[in-house]
Write a protein that binds this ligand. Sequence first.
Ligand code: GAL
Length: 378
Amino acid sequence: MKKITVAMTALAAAGALALAGCGGGDDTTTAPPSDGDNTQQPDDGDATEGEGFAADATIGISLPQKTSQNWVEAEEMFLAGLSEAGYNPIVQFANNGASEQQQQIESMIEQGAKVIVIGAVDGSQLSSQVERARDAGVKIIAYDRMIQETDAVDLYVAYDNFQVGVGQGEALLKGLAERKGDGPWNIELIAGSNDDANSKPFFEGAMSILQPKIDDGTLKVLSGQTTQAQVATEGWQASVAQNRMDSIISGFYGSEELHGVLSPNDTLARAAIASAQAAGKDLPVLTGQDSEDDSVASVAKGEQYHTIFKDTRGLVDAVLAQIDLAQQGQPFNSNAEVDNGTIQVPTDFLTPISVFQDNAAEVYANDEARAKIVADNS
Ligand code: GAL
């Protein structure tokens, strides 16, 4: 039985991480030269359940853009974990968007990948690629983000994204009560990029908590922008969120306090904080997600109110274990099903954890890098 271990990522030593806009260059990474021939030979086997495939098979990892730290971590951890387990990994970012990702997936099929793991730029634009992969006997695992409108997804592995949103909604209400006196409170809403299938469950999860409070007057949205379409952030770009917050604050909060902002991840939370500070406003209660280094420090200092830990190591380990099952011809494990518009996709859901100033040290106790950030900023 192949033992999957995820080598301790070099990430902890990597320090500053290149995110969107500063990545640049060719983001194709393959396994470091091994003692053997490391070229990717097309293989005549296929990944049909029951037969499995070679222990040194090629495995494709197709990632979107580096819009947050978790994607940079995923690259390092997949490369280390797959190489450590004896596979031949192809790990690529689609920095130029959905069409580049389509080409990269086609190429992974041609290079004989037995499993392709996909963090989709746009989950609605990969149907023909994953169906071609399925016809070639390749297993498809949707990673973090669902691939929609196709029956060719074998498994979805993610932290429960609706629960991420629920946690954000609950955290906003908790922070308002703790930091902003009695209600009613003024809030604004930010959602993720519309091409990211996760943006909908994030927003709907949060609004399942917040909408009743908007309806009963506990929460007021002075801009009137309360639908996902109105509050979406194209490409998860911090500048887009900051510009939108700038105009909302100048337009609606001249004499009013902005008590809180629902942010779907850390990058956009920090953008909202920058906007409030630039306008000379008191720090709003800010939610987040991803436990990015800068936001872990901010939460520890009592600035950003909340983030969520979706431990990338846990997510990558879960995928590596599923790949190992496929290699042995075993069926994937799942604990849920998610409708992708065509089928109920077998799903391996992990549980996201809400992080606040008072539980950060405990939550990150097994994450050396983040634990140090908390200790250094408390
Ligand atoms: C989402 C992901 C989040 C967030 C966002 C920005 O799909 O689940 O962790 O970081 O992408 O890239």
